[in-house]
Write a new protein. Structure first.
Length: 216
């Protein structure tokens, strides 16, 4: 299964459907605002994994004027939307990258963020990606993953889809949801500090870890 793309994201129809309602997910801005609080204002280089149309980078750059953002995604229609959003902004670089593959050489980052993207990867790849994120971070750097996570029961999974106003048939075929606890345990095992779920509402969660200032 390694390298299998989340194919629906390569189609304009799926991308435009998502972008058309990206602002409508209940509580989304609440979770995003906690993420924004946790990324230092003086973070200079910020990497966004599965950036889509650059939603998170655009929010981050509002009060981080010195920041240089790098957005990775493999979806042409998404990257076209991001290019349009950031046209003429030399502080933002967009890179075509399948996250199922190892990350390319990108330099070090003060923060690595992601929103609703990593859950499309196989569990094994999620874990190895978290390890690559650790290596990419500067000491003291923050990893903040605003993520679609698994519910503990099918009933709660149904409740989430009802709460976001989506029929279950609209679930992304490439969703590979994973529970919060497993992902927090991985981050701790990888050496991240202050690992916790900083915000959660049903299947939307903000998982954060800090790379220790001194890696022992
Ligand atoms: C739900 S959208 C989120 C986009 C954006 N981060 C946001 O918060 O609006 C999921 C994103 O993950 C990207 N994605 C999914 N699988 C990917 C993969 N294997 N490699 C790179 N990007 C991927 C999709 O192309 C899409 O842009």
């Amino acid at each position: 299964m390694k390298g299998m793309p989340a194919e629906e994201w390569t189609t304009a129809e799926h991308v435009h459907r998502y972008l058309g309602r990206a602002d409508e997910y209940p509580r989304r801005t609440e979770g995003e605002s906690v993420l924004l609080e946790r990324v230092p204002r003086d973070a200079r280089r910020i990497l966004d994994l599965g950036t889509g149309d650059g939603r998170l980078l655009a929010l981050l750059r509002i009060d981080r004027h010195g920041m240089l953002g790098v957005g990775l995604d493999f979806s042409e229609p998404m990257l076209a939307a991001a290019l349009k959003r950031f046209a003429g902004d030399e502080r933002i670089e967009l890179v075509t990258q399948d996250l199922a593959e190892p990350l390319p050489e990108l330099g070090r980052f003060d923060a690595v963020v992601s929103s609703m993207a990593i859950h499309h990867l196989e569990h094994e790849r999620k874990r190895s990606l978290y390890g690559e994120v650790f290596d990419l971070l500067e000491p003291g750097g923050v990893f903040a993953n605003f993520e679609h996570v698994a519910s503990p029961t099918h009933r709660l999974h149904l409740a989430f889809f009802e709460a976001i106003g989506e029929p279950l048939e609209h679930e992304d075929p490439s969703d590979r949801l994973l529970d919060v606890e497993t992902q927090l345990a991985w981050l701790r095992e990888l050496g991240f500090d202050d690992v916790d779920c900083y915000w959660k509402w049903l299947e939307m969660a903000l998982l954060i870890g800090i790379k220790p200032a001194e890696v022992g």
